[in-house]
Structures are given as structure tokens and as C-alpha cells.
Design a protein around this ligand. Sequence first.
Ligand SMILES: Nc1ncnc2c1ncn2[C@@H]1O[C@H](COP(=O)(O)OP(=O)(O)OP(=O)(O)O)[C@@H](O)[C@H]1O
Ligand SMILES: [Mg+2]
Length: 348
Amino acid sequence: MYVSRLEAEDLYKVFGRRPDEAVEKLRRGADREELRADGTTAAVIDASFSVESGQIFVVMGLSGSGKSTLLRMLNGLLEPTAGHVRFDGQDLTELSPRELREVRSRKISMVFQHFALFPHRSVLENAAYGLEVQGVSRETREQRALEALELAGLKGWEKSFPDELSGGMQQRVGLARALATDADLLLMDESFSALDPLIRRDMQDQLLELQKTLKKTIVFITHDLNEAMRLGDRIAVMRDGRIVQIGTAEDILVRPANDYVESFTKDVDRSRVLTAGAIMGEPENGYDASRAPATVTADTPIIDLFTPCSTSDVAVSVVDEDGGLIGVVPRARLLAVLGEPVGVSADA
Ligand SMILES: Nc1ncnc2c1ncn2[C@@H]1O[C@H](COP(=O)(O)OP(=O)(O)OP(=O)(O)O)[C@@H](O)[C@H]1O
Ligand SMILES: [Mg+2]
């Protein structure tokens, strides 16, 4: 049987009195409000998902929806009230505190929103901190920290101190610290949220670029759907402690599970998320592919179709890997999908 890298199964976290009773109530369909009357907080309710090696799994939701609590259960900092977390086939909920600390220091790295750098330590020492905790020798940890700083785009800044760096650079030191430990599981909680929009976009690009070679297993938390859609191979949307939808960016945009999810998608730049494959239709009789203004594959973002469509009345051809025609995108279709969810059935 194939086992996913990271798995959450029926996870619950309840704060307050008699948490086990609360879980029973939640299993019978109670919601957060009902429990609040008893003075209990259901932070995470029945969360299940899996993340494959090399994937970025994004958890998206408003403040208080339970994102950070979920993340803390994934690295064993919080014990679930019920359910299981498995990483590399090991059930974290069954480990002794000592074994758990070991897993946490070797296999898992966290990057927070406000990264707590040590002000009196150099950038290099800060980046090497995770390895210092692991008891790695000075020479080795400085070597690894240097490599990580270079990956994070901070070569040449090793000897500087945190207050000599901009906010974005400080955040990259945090990223370098996480990368230096060689941990396979990277947990990022609003890691880019405190940054200016341009720097934030830059960091997103850098993470995607790094991920191409590092292929870590990443869980990334954000309350920004645009960020979620840029980074996430898959996205979980949380509301009031529950995961209300899990899917690709396109799934969420094209087939929102409910009105709540759909309301988030209003601010998303559809032209960069939707693909030719998602919006294409059948070619009309007599369609002449040789006159198409462009020929693209199904995964092409539709933003790339606007220029060709503006030059010709003929629909763009969508082809498979062997060049076979699988669909067409007429200009009218292209314009229509920018404004509304596509393919959502009437009863959704
Ligand atoms: N230690 C705790 N004790 C009691 N309640 C808690 C505790 N930690 C979190 N909560 C409650 O659990 C719920 C979820 O909190 P959590 O921090 O996971 O949300 P979040 O989605 O990360 O929010 P934000 O976007 O603001 O960081 C909130 O109602 C919060 O008040
Ligand atoms: Mg949080």
C-alpha cells in the first residue's frame, strides 16, 4: 500500500473542560457555537488530509478558523484531543515525549510570521541555530548554514546582524534556518504575511524555485487566497474549525464547495489560475486548426490566450502532448469566464 508522507486523520483539538465529551458532541454534528455555550473551544474539528512528498499543501482560512492549532498538532507541539498524525509512516500521537522531540528537531522545521532572530547573533549564527540545538559541530553547522543562506539569496550577509537587514531579508534568514536543518517537513505559519506585497511575491517565487530542487513536504498557512493559489499544489479551506474544501486552485475557483468558499474567490486573479483545459469546449464543425492564432497545452494559464485571441476571430487550439486537438477556446468563452465561476452546476 502506498503511504503518503504526511497524514492527518480525523484530527480534533478542543480547548477547555471535558474535551472528550466535546468531541463526541462534534461527531454527532454539533458545531463550535453549541460548544462555546459550555465554555469549550473547538479549535479543529475532524480534519483529514494527506500531503505527498514534494508537495506544497496550503491551509487557508480567516483568523480563528483553526489553522495554527492544526499546524501545531502536525509537529506534535499540541496533542490532538482525538485523531492521528502520521509522518513517514510513524504515528506522532503514539511517540514518547523524548521520541517526539527527536522527530521534531531532525525532521520538522517551522517558519513563523515574525521570525524570532537573535539580535546579538550574526546572520550566520542565526541560520545555524537549528543545527546548534541538534548538537551539530560548529564547523558542520556553519557550512550548512552558509549553503542555506545562499539558497535563500543572502550570500554575503553572513556576518551582518539582524537589525542591519530589511524585514524581507530577516524573514529569509528564518527560511535559511529551516532549510539548514535538512528537515523534510517544513511547516510555515503565515511566513510571508508581514511583508510588503512586492517582497511577499518575491518570497513566494523564491519558495517555488527552491521547492523545484529541494522537494520538501510543505504545509503553508495563509489567510490570503491569492497566495494560497500561487503556492499550493493543493489547498484546504478552513471555516470555524472545519475543513470545508480540499482541492487544487482550479478546483476551488471552478467548483467552490459552497457559497463561503466562493466568496473568497471573488478577489482572485482568475486569468492566472484558470487553464485552457478548464475552460475549453468542443470545436465547431469545420474548425480549421491551421488558422488558430495559437496552439497551447491544457495547462496553459488563460492569461496567455488574450493576446492571440485579440488578433483573430478563430478559436485557440488546445492540444495534448502528441499534438492531437482536444478542445478549443473561442474569444467569447475567454471573456465570459473572467467574471463568473465556470462549470458550477445550478444547484451548487
Ligand atoms: N491555547 C488555547 N487555549 C484556548 N483556546 C485556544 C488556544 N489556542 C487557540 N485557541 C482558540 O482556537 C481557535 C483557533 O485558533 P487558531 O490560533 O488555531 O486560529 P488561526 O486560524 O491560526 O487564526 P489566525 O489567523 O488569527 O492566526 C480560536 O478560537 C482560538 O481562540
Ligand atoms: Mg494562526
